[in-house]
Design a protein. Structure first.
Length: 388
């Protein structure tokens, strides 16, 4: 059939992107700065023969209450493209949306083809509903923490809580080092502090969808387990402080001095513990949060996705959907290389169906498009394939 839909958007004065969708085929042709990247028309029909396909986007978009979507997986599989296309799709359906990158190697700016850097929320141009984007940087977070604590260092803060003596000695709990050096964990702390802001500040109330473009697997698992780590660490500090106060009290009473009142744990720690609990609960709440695993049809990526799902299950993080991105569509004039790749792809899709971790997830197919996905029109185009 000759039905065709041609979207032609000028995203900037100097660049234009032409997207072309023809029944049975899809093609993303980019023309940037007068140059032309023209790809072969790719056939979608074969994708329909693979198991699964639709993301059931209607379920994802229907509820007005705030929802968090975290997209994660192995490096380079298309996490940013999928997260950015989901954010654009939510915004196009009237949800004020924030898309946040927690990956230290940010690529949101590249994906949207707009400058979204600087560690602050920036409006994405070219979408109807408000869509804000943020590339989290530990530097900006450090500045924010300093201004919130009146410029006091963490050590000073702990000093003022009567815990200064432990600040430098508790190894993993050395918060000051974490803030002052680019140590592992700092990006995750920055992400958690942002989640807290989104949850607590009235200025973000109206945003009903928060989409996270997460870092490759290891980082992300640390992010999800960090609130637990802090929760138990704070409990340890509180217990330690109680013990020391009790011991000091006993010591002083033996020597006839006035007994020290058993002090309640400092209020700041209680508050911190409460806030960590909030973040931990939101990551695990099936009514508010979903982690979408993104993968590609290779054995290595599928194995990592399987391990990721096992870890997320252990952390009680809700997972329902698995995107298999960059699926090579069928072509009538299949070259040897393409037909070999396609055979391999079919084999790998079989592995997903037999994988005990992955077989229960909704499988979403996302075709390999014939141009790089950059800019809002391209993300809309990709989103129409995935989020349907
Ligand atoms: N379905 C697709 N068709 C064509 N190109 C794609 C597709 N998905 C992703 N790409 C391209 O692959 C590259 C990597 O994608 P992306 O940055 O989204 O991956 P990522 O998983 O976020 O990577 P990283 O782990 O490095 O952050 C980009 O150039 C993107 O345009």
């Amino acid at each position: 059939m000759a039905a065709s839909l041609v979207l032609n958007r000028v995203s900037r004065a100097t660049s234009s992107i032409t997207l072309r969708r023809v029944a049975g085929f899809s093609s993303l042709n980019a023309q940037i700065h007068g140059g032309s990247i023209s790809g072969t028309l790719l056939r979608e029909r074969s994708l329909a023969t693979l198991a699964g396909g639709a993301s059931h986007f209607d379920e994802m978009v229907s509820v007005n209450q705030r929802k968090y979507y975290l997209l994660g997986g192995k490096g380079g599989v298309g996490k940013t493209s999928c997260a950015a296309s989901l954010a654009v799709k939510f915004a196009s359906h009237g949800h004020p949306t924030i898309v946040v990158s927690t990956d230290p190697a940010h690529s949101l700016s590249d994906s949207f083809s707009q400058d979204l850097s600087g560690g602050v929320l920036k409006a994405v141009q070219g979408v109807d509903s408000p869509l804000l984007a943020l590339e989290i940087t530990p530097e900006t977070m450090k500045e924010e923490i300093k201004s919130q604590t009146g410029g006091k260092s963490v050590k000073n803060m702990m000093d003022s809580m009567g815990l200064g003596m432990f600040a430098g000695e508790l190894g993993d709990l050395n918060l000051e080092d974490m803030l002052n050096a680019a140590s592992p964990g700092i990006d995750e702390i920055a992400a958690i502090s942002k989640v807290l802001q989104f949850m607590e500040s009235p200025e973000y109330n109206r945003f009903t969808r928060i989409v996270f473009d997460t870092a490759p697997t290891g980082h992300t698992l640390r992010l999800l387990s960090l609130p637990d780590f802090y929760d138990s660490s704070i409990s340890k500090i509180t217990k330690l402080k109680k013990k020391i106060t009790a011991a000091a009290s006993a010591f002083k009473s033996v020597f006839g001095k006035k007994e020290i009142q058993q002090q309640e744990p400092p209020n700041e720690l209680d508050q911190l513990k409460e806030r960590m609990e909030k973040v931990r609960n939101v990551f695990r709440d099936v009514n508010t949060t979903e982690f979408v695993i993104v993968t590609i049809p290779t054995v290595m990526a599928i194995n990592e996705s399987s391990r990721l799902h096992a870890s997320l299950k252990k952390e009680n993080v809700p997972v329902h959907r698995l995107i298999v991105n960059q699926l090579l569509p069928q072509s009538e004039s299949d070259c040897k290389f393409c037909s070999m790749r396609r055979k391999e792809q079919t084999r790998v899709l079989g592995l997903i169906q037999n994988d005990t971790e992955l077989c229960g997830l909704k499988l979403i197919q996302s075709p390999l498009l014939d141009a790089e996905i950059r800019g809002v029109p391209a993300l809309k185009f990709m989103g129409d394939h995935i989020w349907r």
